[in-house]
Structure formats: C-alpha cells, structure tokens
Design a protein around this ligand. Structure first.
Ligand code: NAP
Length: 260
C-alpha cells in the first residue's frame, strides 16, 4: 500500500544524504547520481566526501558532524541559497558497537543516542522549516530515516544500538502523522545485515548479509512504491517482524537459543 507520494524519476531531483561518506549512504548517493539526481553528501570525513564528488560530477559535499547543530543549520542555509527545493533528505548517519549489561558502558550508550537519535533531531531542527515551507506550498518533499531491523525487539549485544534505533523508528512514525497531511513523504528504513564498515567488526556469520549496493536498490524500490516501512532483505527482516507477535516468554527463549 502506498503511504507516501511515490518517488520514481530521479532526473532533476535534489537529494541530501547525511552520513554518506561510506556504506549504505554512499551507495545510495551513487545510485541516485547514476539515475540523474543532484546529490549532496554529508558526513565528517571530508576526504571521502571529496572523493565521492570527484567520481560523481555535479554532486556536492558538505562536511559536518551531526552532533554539531549549528553546522547542520549552516548547511541548510548554504543549500537553500543554491537549490530551489530538496526532494529527499536521507538520515544515514549512525554508529554501532556491541554492548551488554554485563559490561555496561554509560558513555558508549550515550554516544549511540547522540549520533543515532540526537543527530536526527539536529537535522530536523535545521531542515524542517524548509520542508514545511515546501509542504505548505504544495511542492512536496520526503524525509527518510535509516533505523535498523534491530529496532523491532530486544536483541543480545544491542543494549546501546537497539534502544536508539527503536527511538528513531518511533520518531519516524510521529513525523509521518505530522507531515503526511502536508503532502510530505516520511519513510523509515529497516535494513538487516549489510556489508559496510559498521558491520566489519562483527565476529559472527551475519545471516542473509547483502551488499550496500543491494541495500541502496531496495531503498529506491521502497521509495518508488511509496512505502513507509522499507525493510530488507525480506527473507531475514520478514522473520524478525513475525517474531514481534510472539509472546515474551517464547520470544526470549527463541532469541536466547538462536544467538547462543
Ligand atoms: N550495515 C548494516 O548491517 C546496518 C543494518 C541496519 C542499519 N544500519 C544503519 O545504516 C546506517 C548506515 O550505516 P552503514 O552500515 O552504512 O555504516 P557506515 O559505513 O559506518 O556509515 C555510517 C555513516 O555515518 C556517518 N557518521 C557517523 N557518525 C557521524 C557523525 N557524528 N556526523 C556525521 N556523520 C556521521 C559516517 O561518516 P563519517 O565517519 O565520515 O562521519 C558514515 O558515512 C546507520 O544508521 C546504521 O545504523 C546498518
């Protein structure tokens, strides 16, 4: 079912991806560029962003840290001066380190909330006025937040990551309710395991692992269909979504056994 205006033809569209120096964000920026969009990439590692711009003529880079609210506001001022509109904003910035209650690290947990949630709030603070202007003018626009299938229920080693992604998913749901009436699109991405620098640290075989390029194609397919919840690969994320319906006792037993 189409919950959002469908995004099909990327020619002449302008897209800003925050968290696009590596991984899923970078692969998505590259695919959108190939399909004709003007792509603006942001993240902290300026050299990587500049490399992207060299390889993708016509794209732009704005280096920033999502923890720096004023840097995001300055980026929006810069973008508004150069572009008439933004068709899509993607929040792809994120961090993941395994964390368990048996070796709790308050600073690490906070860092996950700061980057995975606080950074998205800083982006909203900077970019919502522009999106709202576009919505009220009937010009549309779309905001997409990359969460994780780990948001769906508690998982081992996810003491910092899981709750931060659950908050991001919840944020997207509330944003949808507020922005949809203005004709603005809102989507939340729930990837399973994707081969990127973020998962390179995992010391276990990741089930149904896919490449960042495959993830990018799945995201574009979700935007084209107007989906709100874009999850992939479905052979893995579909199972995790089904597990949400299990009673707690069965779920905890199943996850303990499956991840032992
Ligand atoms: N890979 C997976 O299996 C998987 C699964 C589910 C969800 N996800 C989510 O997908 C998103 C992309 O992750 P990925 O797997 O593609 O990992 P990645 O390659 O490590 O990408 C993370 C991106 O976030 C940027 N970033 C991190 N902290 C930042 C900060 N403070 N300010 C600005 N940018 C920052 C990084 O760039 P700089 O270091 O240059 O700042 C990088 O561009 C994340 O939200 C992640 O949680 C990934």
């Amino acid at each position: 079912m189409s919950l959002n205006p469908q995004l099909h033809d990327w020619r002449g569209k302008t897209v800003w991806l925050v968290g696009a120096s590596t991984g899923i964000g970078r692969a998505t920026a590259a695919l959108l560029h190939k399909l004709g969009a003007t792509v603006i990439v942001s993240a902290r590692q300026q050299a990587l962003l500049e490399g992207f711009v060299r390889e993708h003529p016509g794209s732009e880079a704005i280096a920033l840290d999502v923890l720096d609210a004023s840097a995001l506001k300055a980026a929006v001022v810069q973008l508004r001066a150069r572009h008439a509109r933004l068709d899509l904003i993607v929040y792809a910035a994120g961090t993941y380190r395994p964390l368990s209650a048996l070796a709790f690290d308050r600073a690490l947990a906070q860092q996950h909330f700061d980057i995975n949630v606080g950074g998205a709030l800083n982006l909203l603070d900077a970019a919502l006025p522009w999106l709202l202007d576009q919505g009220r003018a009937g010009a549309g626009g779309h905001l997409s937040l990359i969460s994780s299938i780990a948001a769906s229920r508690g998982l081992p080693k996810a003491l910092a990551y899981g709750p931060s992604k659950a908050a991001l998913t919840h944020l997207a749901e509330v944003l949808y309710l507020d922005l949809h009436p203005l004709g603005l699109g809102v989507s939340v991405i729930h990837p399973g395991f994707v081969t990127t620098p973020l998962t390179a640290q995992n010391d276990f075989k990741m089930p149904a692992e896919i490449s960042a390029e495959t993830a990018a194609r799945a995201m574009l397919d979700g935007w084209a269909r107007g989906h709100f919840d874009i999850h992939f690969p479905r052979r893995f994320t579909g199972v995790l979504k089904l597990l949400r319906w299990l009673p707690d006792a069965l779920y905890f037993r199943f996850v303990t056994r499956a991840t032992r």
